[in-house]
Design a protein around this ligand. Sequence first.
Ligand code: HSE
Length: 404
Amino acid sequence: MIHVAVLGYGTVGSGVVEVIENNNAEVSVKAGEEMHVKYILDLRDFPGDPYEDRVVHDFQIILEDAEVSVICEVMGGVGAAYQFTRQALEAGKSVCTSNKELVARHGAELLEIAKNKNCSYMFEASVGGGIPIIRPINKALTAEKLENISAILNGTTNFILTKMEKEGADYGETLKRAQELGYAERNPEADVEGYDACRKIAILSSLMVGKNVNAEKIYTEGITKITPADFAYAGAAGMTIKLLAFSRADENGRVTAMVAPAMISREHPLSVVNDVYNGVFVKGNMLGDVMFYGRGAGKLPTASAVVSDVIDCARHIGRSSIVCIWEREEAELTDISETERAFFIRAAADAREAVEAAFPEGRSLTVEGREKDFGFLTAVMKEKDFEERYSGLGDRVLNRIRIA
Ligand code: HSE
């Protein structure tokens, strides 16, 4: 029997228990042994819950129980979650997690401990919710030199942007709905300011280059300045707006990475990734483009990804199932101000002359019924040149969005 402990009985934790219990026959056959949730660690009690008898409050009980071979860390954060994960791995117990903050910050170190202790640290659920992306990168795309990744990696913001575009929905109400549906982080700032997507692209980038890509050094911008007016102009230009996470590796292993709202063509496959769905577009030097699509957040999709890792660990008891390369050495990140792209600008109607003078190579966009502002598409230029000209326009410019 495979005895599992679940750390954290919140949205994902209760989902993990549900997947193991409801799919017990499938899960056990695939694991090679019957799988059983022996403990649930949480500060709270859950009177009336069908699994209340498994709830414990002391991690030592789990750590000292030799029967427990796999631990699901789904409590989040980088405090207790980090300590418990380290202790579990040091004790030779495999850990499976959905905690992208912890994976992004300490992934390389925790993988090293797991390898040394003949156990595993697995994090399929940390990126893209229920979408298989970590395992395909580590096990299926191994003949490739991965060149770049473009992705929608946050379900909450994709849900909000989709509702804004299609229903003209109110930002606050939609965020509340995403929280009720269990998509959002405990602190929604991590979603709407792009930090969650940043951690996820840092994880994918680290796997892409085999070195540690520091999330704190990735340029990150959220969706809080996007308005329905921006969507109107995007539509007029045959585009939509997505929170895009992007990463590219050059031939020297240097990484250019960014998270920011971007206008993308309606022709781009990521433009039809809507609601809570995520999409990950990976380019390999032999394969070309491959795309992964599915539910990027939510209790059961995320829990299913955690349990797929538990099964992997169960098949490798006593040895490590880790196949990825993610060294502690830090990858070099390029300065995005030197990168080139076109920009969309929305400006007050009386700023037209000034905008055209600042960007003589660009073109205006009009939307019927909008008289107080106008849209403008610049030519491709370096970020730093754009910012210099854009900041000179003062408060007559209302917003600017990158064109992907
Ligand atoms: N808050 C995250 C999202 C959860 O909305 O994508 C899944 O990582």
